[in-house]
Each structure stands twice: as C-alpha cells, then as structure tokens.
Design a protein around this ligand. Sequence first.
Ligand code: 6PG
Length: 257
Amino acid sequence: MSTRLWVSDDFESLVGQAAQWLIQAMVDHQADSNRPFSLALAGGSTPKRLYQVLSQTAQQQGVDWYKVLLVLGDERNVPADHQDSNYRMIRENLLGGIQIPDDNILTIPDPGGDATVAAEKYERILRDRLTKRPDGWPMLDCVLLGLGDDVHTASLFPDSSALTQSRRCYVANWVAKLDCWRMTATFPLVNSAERVAFLVSGASKSSALQALWHSPHDLHRFPAQGIAPQRAELNFFVDRAALGSVVPPQGLVVETD
Ligand code: 6PG
C-alpha cells in the first residue's frame, strides 16, 4: 500500500484538490471500463463542500453519472429525511445537482428502524450490485472517509464491535459514547477498494492525525489505523490547519498546492 499526502493551504484548496483527484479517477475509469464506477461517500460535515463542487463541475469535466453507483460509507440510524441523515446531506449537496438515475443511488432500506436488519439488507444490496473481486469481496472503486477527533472513521468508533468484523462488508454498530446505533462499511470492504481518500480539515483534527500516524497500532483506540487498502493507494487530503505541527510518517508521497 502506498500513501499519498495532499497538503492544502486552506479548506477550499483541499476541496479543489480532492475534487480534481476524484473527477480524474472517474473520467479515466469511464474511458477504460464498461462497468459503473462505485463511489462510497463519507458522512459528516467535511465532505459537504466537496459534494457541492462535484455537483457543479464533474459533469462538465466528463463524468457521466449514469455510469456511477453511489454507496453510503456509513449512516446514522435515523429516517432519510432526518437532519442527522448522511443520505439527506448527500441529497442536499450532491444529488440535487446531478443527473443520476435513482437506481444508481444505493440507499439503506428503512433507516431509523432496526439497524441490524437495515445493515443486513444493505449488505445484500452491495453484494448484488457491486463488482466482486476474485476473493468474493465486493469492490468499491473509491471510498471517501472523514476522520473523527477520536480517530474514528466511517462509523467505526473506538471500542465498538464492528472493528473486529471480518466476514461482513456492512454492519450495524452500537456506539456507546453516542448512545446510538450506526450502520457502517467494515474494514474488509474499505480495504478491498481501488482507491481510498481521507478528507481532514481544521485544527481540531491535528491530534487525531498525530494519533493515527504515530501512536502504536491499536484498532480499538485508533480505528482509522485499520484503513490499509491492500491494492490501493491511500490518500490523505488535509489542510495546513489540520496538519499543524504533525510530522507525516516516513515514506508518504507529499503533494502541496
Ligand atoms: C459520520 C461520518 C464520520 C465523519 C467524521 C468526521 O457519519 O459522521 O461518517 O466518520 O466522517 O466524524 O466528521 P466531520 O467531517 O463532521 O468532522
């Protein structure tokens, strides 16, 4: 696994770099392949601006959304129109501005009810709709991830049961610190992707980057350390506020804008 660090002066530049990286990957894929480009979207607040930029520019730069499958990297266990829903955030910041068939948007059935049942249904949808690798794992062409202050990513939180999941690609996960259920892609699914990119912005994330890159390996304390795609390049799009005085690990390829 190679790792590339993209350092931007500010958040807007981070978004621009990540958007161009992703659009190029999608355009290149669509030029070379007949199968759809499967993109797992991160939740939370950081990616909102990226989704807005994608909705405004990707089609003009050659992305055919009819040849894209959109996946929820994780979701809160709330109805799809709830203010905390990642799907709602994606609908409001991306979907409203692009021409993509509803069937290409892989939504989680009945969120807000039984999270275990919803995650099981979504697992079946992913295994049905995504291309399979020879080892049988569904393959995502790109996974976008955020990074929590506690070094969680997707809804893989410290000390949660999903961290040890090795058979499933999507599970319900009880998050004790939030006293709520989440539904999330698992490490095996993310780590079988073709491309993985973290989006990390703001000074509040510096300590999480420090722990992620320099603390002893401990999945239960620092879940994002479990993101290690076997076949893919792992990308970090960070701004200088998030990087702060954190020294990137040896061997990272560093791109600056
Ligand atoms: C979610 C996300 C979560 C998020 C991080 C960072 O559902 O909230 O999947 O993993 O990416 O918590 O969130 P911010 O981008 O809001 O800082």
